[in-house]
Design a protein around this ligand. Structure first.
Ligand code: ASP
Length: 359
């Protein structure tokens, strides 16, 4: 029987071929090629003191620096890095999104690239992940990863998370599952994952629907699949786009002001996601103004501030009469992502509703 061959890198950075009589070059060629596209975030952040977990500067170290610190990651795959941005994810924007998505599509079209890992700040990771989930055109794995502690903190979680992300990206089972998000040894679907805690490493959850699986000792274990259409199955194409339609979110609360909605309409926004109450409920006075706006062509999507569950079409509000769209189970920030992409295709509420049920 032919002996299995693989390349071994020790923690001190020495790499060698383990198979007898084979060159390191040959050994490397058997491994998959994973490109890490870096955008910044705490995973590349540094603190003044190793004990500072929450006051630090995000987006300082380059991906090349992070990779140099963990040579053993090359045991999993031939891993290379590309710095596409260097921002705290609160400064993520559409220009970077479009650049990122176009670059990932370009990389995944290359036969020699087997998968992409994206490093990103955790604060807006779920939005970027869902955006990529809808516009990447490949079955190859795309895995997003970040960290809750800066890179030089005691027990920094970034190196393990990054190692896990690469181990997930080389896994055959990660193919065709849309953009995945991993932190803290869990695998999440980008459609459902959300940040649920301001500081804990165990912050990313897919409320009620659960993780897709776990990562342990370099192995990925899946227990369920994403069911909504993504990547190759979507109708969205960002090639040639230089901006996305303007869509804003308005949050509901007791005695909320109708002026905010009027102001948005006057600003000429193309779409508005209303983060409604319970099953997407809207105070009467705001509903009247939103209905007027929807009749004049503003795309209005009812989502919920509740944190989980479906916003039912014609449930709390008669969407047929008001010309609204129900967000299904997308949280307000993800409903905004889908609405922006929907508006690149159509302004017709019924058509947009179809997309909310499909994606
Ligand atoms: N503020 C940071 C960011 O989103 C938080 C993190 O990465 O964990 O970039």
């Amino acid at each position: 029987m032919e002996e299995k061959e693989y390349n071994v890198c020790e923690e001190n950075g020495n790499c060698y071929a383990s198979a007898r009589g084979q060159s390191a070059q040959r050994s490397f060629s058997m491994k998959k090629n994973i490109v890490i596209v870096a955008t910044g975030g705490t995973i590349s952040g540094t603190a003044a003191k190793r004990t500072d977990m929450l006051s630090y500067t995000s987006a300082v170290l380059t991906i090349d620096h992070l990779l140099e610190q963990m040579p053993y990651i090359q045991n999993l795959a031939h891993v290379s890095g590309e710095q596409i941005a260097q921002v705290d994810s609160s400064d993520m924007n559409h220009t970077i999104w479009l650049k990122l998505a176009n670059r990932i599509n370009e990389l995944l079209r290359l036969e020699e690239v087997d998968g992409v890992v994206v490093t990103h700040g955790t604060d807006t990771m779920e939005e970027t992940a869902y955006f990529l989930n809808l516009v990447i055109k490949s079955r190859k794995p795309v895995v997003m990863v970040g960290a809750m502690r800066p890179a030089n903190a005691i027990s920094a979680d970034g190196p393990m998370n990054l190692y896990n992300a690469v181990s997930l990206a080389v896994n055959e089972e990660a193919k065709g599952k849309g953009v995945l998000v991993t932190l803290n040894d869990t695998i999440n679907s980008s459609r459902e994952v959300t940040k649920t805690n301001t500081a804990l490493q165990d912050t990313f959850k897919s409320p009620e629907l659960g993780y897709l699986g776990y990562i342990q000792d370099g192995g990925s274990y899946f227990y369920r699949f994403p069911t909504r259409k993504h990547t190759l199955e979507t109708e969205f194409d960002i090639t040639g786009l230089s901006e996305l339609p303007q869509v804003e979110v308005v949050y509901s609360y007791v005695n909320s002001s109708v002026e905010l909605v009027r102001c948005m309409a006057q600003m000429g926004v193309e779409g508005l996601v209303y983060a409604g109450l319970g099953n997407g409920g809207i105070p009467e006075v705001i509903k009247e103004v939103l209905t007027e706006c929807a009749q004049k062509g503003l795309a209005v999507v009812r989502s919920s501030r509740a944190g989980s569950g479906i916003v039912t079409r014609n449930g709390a509000v008669n969407d047929d009469v008001c010309n609204f769209v129900a967000a299904d189970s997308l949280n307000p920030q993800k409903a905004r992502v889908l609405l922006m992409l929907a508006l690149t295709k159509t302004k017709e509420p019924k058509e947009i509703q179809r997309m909310f049920w499909e994606y």
